[in-house]
Write a protein that binds this ligand. Structure first.
Ligand code: GLP
Length: 243
């Protein structure tokens, strides 16, 4: 696990966007899996900008959405669908065959999970995964207690996830379950980047890097991955022992 620190959010977002744009340039059929949320928001904007400026051929890469709130329609502005359509798919005019997101309204959510697992397997695995971290240490909707071997699954959301998650919505929403790509797939991903910024993430970043590796603190799985990177700003790094 490598720690990559930056002065601020703008710099870490620029680094991440550069890395993804260069990776697509070098491997046009790259498979990228990303989380939505406040943390990767600027990375998405900069990625679109850099791909266009550098005239990278992005017509062959595949985009996978890491997770989604179960029960939310895709037009809900707090959904991961809405986020990725507005930030990536529409600005890049991606073909619908290039992106795969969970349908959180499906009657058969297990089938949605199997579909995602099959896409990942058929593509030969994920090249790059860019994730955030929740205030309980979750990644995607891999909540505390999730097996490190899990594939895509539906999760009962933790109370912290439900309350913190309200920030994405214009009015209070009842959140109960999430659907997510699992840690079995994260461990098989070639390179995994966990991004975090701001002092509110400092404690969870400390536990991720310095705490025990345990399923009760999901992000600690990063310590087990052979090619994992913790991409943080000064504030998120502020309580690390070797800071
Ligand atoms: C959400 C999502 C995660 C996201 C995390 C942190 O609940 N399920 O995929 O990475 O929480 O979000 P943010 O970047 O907004 O802090």
């Amino acid at each position: 696990m490598q720690i990559v620190s930056f002065k601020n959010y703008e710099q870490l977002s620029g680094y991440m966007a550069d890395f993804i744009a260069d990776s697509i340039k070098n491997k046009p059929d790259l498979v990228l899996c990303m989380a939505s949320g406040s943390t990767p928001a600027l990375t998405c904007d900069l990625l679109v900008q850099k791909l266009k400026e550098r005239q990278v051929d992005y017509s062959k890469f595949t985009f996978l959405g890491l997770d989604e709130w179960v029960g939310l329609p895709p037009f809900n502005t707090g959904s991961c669908h809405y986020f990725f359509h507005k930030k990536i798919f529409e600005p890049l005019q991606l073909s619908s065959s290039q992106f795969f997101l969970f349908n959180a309204l499906a009657d058969d959510l297990k089938r949605e999970c199997s579909k995602m697992d099959k896409v990942i397997a058929d593509k030969g695995g994920i090249d790059i995964m860019v994730v955030g971290i929740g205030m309980n240490g979750h990644i995607g909707f891999n909540e505390p207690g999730t097996s490190f071997a899990a594939l895509s699954h539906v999760a009962e959301l933790d109370e912290i996830t439900k309350s913190v998650g309200q920030k994405y919505f214009d009015e209070p929403v009842e959140l109960g379950k999430g659907i997510t790509i699992g840690f079995g797939q994260l461990m098989n991903t070639k390179k995994v980047f966990l991004m975090a910024n701001g002092s509110k993430k400092a404690e969870v970043i400390k536990k991720t890097i310095e705490g025990p590796v345990t399923e009760s603190f999901p992000a600690s799985i990063m310590q087990n991955h052979p090619h994992s990177f913790i991409v943080i700003d000064e504030e998120a790094a502020s309580v690390l022992s070797k800071n």
